[in-house]
Write a protein that binds this ligand. Structure first.
Ligand SMILES: *Cc1c(COP(=O)(O)O)cnc(C)c1O
Length: 378
């Protein structure tokens, strides 16, 4: 039973959150349930079908022996392992509880209320949330062919633009900006604007003109690169992300982050995962093979697929009743195949499919084939 509310005139002043906090639409994760009795293939969150490195799981188990002890607040062992794997100075790395935490901390660190944060039309939803949570104003630049457009971004830069987020490659489109374009974007930004290169899927990219951003984040005073252990490394549940950037940014993040923001088991497992090159190569090889097979296979069914360099593809459906993305979603879900609806990304006619196990990928191709056959013709 809920109490009868007092008339507003008698009510005590209530808690008042930041106005921009109430403008946030809470992030809705990919579905993970199938009807009872149906084998589930979760292909809605870009997780790896190969799972984490067995060495990471072993390190996680060992860490379970010391759960009463606070972790090392500097994540030193993890930063050093990342540094060795990528040839980077560990002093310029900050680890976080997923890269999501770092994306939010960057907004908190660099936006005063009313300052603008810029991102692209179909960019990762977390950017808008991070900007609003920090009291900032989100500004959206249109894309061209579902790809970030450097000219459109630069046109929207004002003297209040403090942060620009680019997912490269982007989720949910799977498209990327060549490094030349990233450099052109950086060159067009004032030095008072921070460029955040979110390279969550960079391990998967095989394009020759792509770079994750190590070079820029290592040399420019206003560029950071964020990375994650959630995708190719298969440790999404542990929440481990990291950032590489200039000393000044590293220093400010170390001031505002929680003192123990990465757990002991996460530090241990992440360090082991970073060192296991063979495992990551297997994950990337599996992905390259099935990314091509699924892209061609789905196109052969007459559906449009956006060219992707990541571990997922965006499949487009006609608006015809019975043949729409929502119809396909229902058809596939009934067969235990869970894709990601991306209406919240401004893409109501598409579904995002994560590359899965061979079994899951074949099941999707077969089910999509049945869907296209069975659906009424437009
Ligand atoms: C999945 C994803 C992340 C990573 O999030 P974590 O918090 O590290 O799990 C970051 N950016 C994009 C674009 C993503 O899709």
């Amino acid at each position: 039973m809920s109490p009868v509310p007092a008339p507003s005139s008698l009510r005590a002043p209530t808690l008042r959150p930041r106005e921009s906090a109430l403008a946030i639409d809470a992030y809705v994760p990919g579905k993970s349930r199938a009807p009872a009795g149906v084998r589930l293939h979760k292909l809605s969150s870009n997780e790896t079908p190969l799972g984490p490195s067995p060495k990471a799981v072993e390190a996680f188990r060992e860490a379970a022996a010391n759960l009463e002890v606070y972790p090392d607040g500097t994540s030193r062992v993890l930063r050093e392992a990342i540094g060795r794997a990528h040839g980077l100075d560990p002093a310029r790395i900050v680890c976080g509880a997923g890269s999501d935490e770092l994306l939010s901390l960057l907004a908190l660190a660099y936006l005063e209320p009313g300052d603008e944060g810029l991102f692209t039309e179909h960019g990762f939803l977390v950017y808008k949330i991070a900007i609003l949570a920090a009291g900032g104003t989100p500004v959206v630049a249109p894309e061209t062919n579902l790809t970030a457009d450097v000219d459109a971004l630069l046109e929207r830069v004002t003297e209040r633009t403090r942060i620009v987020y680019i997912a490269n490659p982007n989720n949910p489109t799977g498209t990327y900006l060549p490094f030349d374009e990233v450099k052109r974007l950086h060159a067009g930004l004032p030095e008072t604007t921070l460029l955040v290169l979110d390279a969550a899927y960079s391990e998967y990219v095989r394009a020759n003109d792509y770079a994750a951003g190590v070079e820029l984040a290592g040399s420019a005073p206003n560029v950071v690169m964020t990375r994650t252990f959630s995708k190719a490394f298969g440790l999404a549940s542990l929440r481990i992300g990291w950032l590489y950037g200039p000393e000044g940014v590293v220093d400010v993040l170390n001031r505002i982050r929680g003192p123990f923001n990465v757990s002991g088991p996460a530090i241990a497992a992440g360090a082991a995962a970073a060192a296991d090159r063979a495992h990551i190569e297997a994950a990337v090889d599996h992905n390259a093979r099935w990314l091509a097979t699924l892209t061609e296979g789905v196109r052969a069914l007459g559906l449009e697929v956006t060219p992707s360099v990541a571990n997922f593809i965006l499949i487009h459906f006609p608006q015809t009743p019975g043949r729409s993305a929502a119809d396909a979603d229902a058809f596939l879900t009934a067969r235990g195949l869970i894709l990601r609806a991306v209406g919240a990304y401004g893409l109501p006619d598409a579904l995002r499919l994560s590359i899965g196990t061979e079994e899951a990928n074949r099941a999707v191709l077969e089910a999509l084939g049945e869907f296209v056959e069975s659906a009424p013709r437009g």
